[in-house]
Write a protein that binds this ligand. Sequence first.
Ligand code: COA
Length: 377
Amino acid sequence: MSEHEIKRGLAGVVVDTTGVSSVTAPATGPSELLYRGYPVQDLAARCTVEEVAHLLWYGELPTTEQLVAFERAEREQRALPDAVVAVLDALPVDSHPMDLVRTAVSAIGATWPTLAPEERTREDDLARALQLFAQLPAVVARVQRRRRGLEPLPLRTDLGWSAAFLAAAFGQEAAPEVVRAFEVSMVLYAEHSFNASTFTARVVTSTLADYHSAVTAAVGALKGPLHGGANEAVMGVLAEVGSADRAVEWVARARAEKRKVMGFGHRVYKTGDSRVPTMKAALDVMVEREGRRDLAELYDAVEQAMADATGIRPNLDYPSGPAYALMGFDTELFTPLFVMARVLGWTAHVREQVEANALIRPLSQYTGPGRRSITGN
Ligand code: COA
């Protein structure tokens, strides 16, 4: 019998305050996600990723002058350090892209001096955050091209963050509607309160470990299919179902086998994820462009079959996975794309943790053998 109530998975536990984002998820009615007070849908419709980065880090959307300065600073940081390129090139071509991204973040960190906790400043932390935001697209584009046996391309500095990334990944400028669809996904993925990877970054930061240790650990947490890895796993679901007419039978079998269907369900949202309609509209743009009505029908059929059989609604990974596939990314690249965006939220939370730190160290209830002695021979 425990003297404490155990909340497995920390479900429903409020562990700290945050000013970065708020999630409202009522038992009935629509959910809402606000970044520093702004509905994420409005940000996705009207802002660039750079503007959202400024909002998350500095608390406000940039003025025109601030945006010009911020964009210039970001563009100046885009080239990868030689040491990071060397580390990436030394690893197997067929390593999982998330392993390469995690390693790249760690290698980027090793190019910075280690500061004693008392030497750490907000300016230094923000410089590290800006560099990660600017360089992760170069890492992911490089990983995508290397897997395909293509020479890496430097990120252009005459294009915005999203357009420069797409051009470096695919070797040509993307159409404006593709850039917009991608940008929408990045804004929607940028931040989500105390999710597992952000919490991981905060746990590491709470020990006063360095900046890049926190972000590297967060990348590791995001890899799991119950978290960021779900956008990759969604493609497995759609491939397994195969066609819209098989959705009902497939979902029934998945239920019978007690399988979790990737891209559905959420720890916090039980009536639906407020980000899904915005991302679904971006997916629709890609479906139209690529003439893939079959994929749209399959998507709708699985969603309907899940709703009818379980009442469980899709999460953001469900529309983003197929959207990324239609943009031309390898499936294994989907979670690294998520990293490119979520690094904004992680780094905003790292700063918040530093500024009001308390070591995160919960308790556990022991269930192993009782006290015993070593009986020697
Ligand atoms: N497919 C099938 N059943 C699901 C489900 C899914 N994706 N998500 C939840 N359920 C069911 C559970 O089996 C459980 O049923 P039970 O009470 O009969 O055992 C019930 O719904 C509650 O689920 P639970 O796993 O306790 O909720 P949770 O809050 O711990 O899980 C997730 C949240 C995200 C881990 C879970 O929904 C999931 O695994 N989803 C798939 C992975 C995914 O898409 N992750 C990305 C999240 S953004």
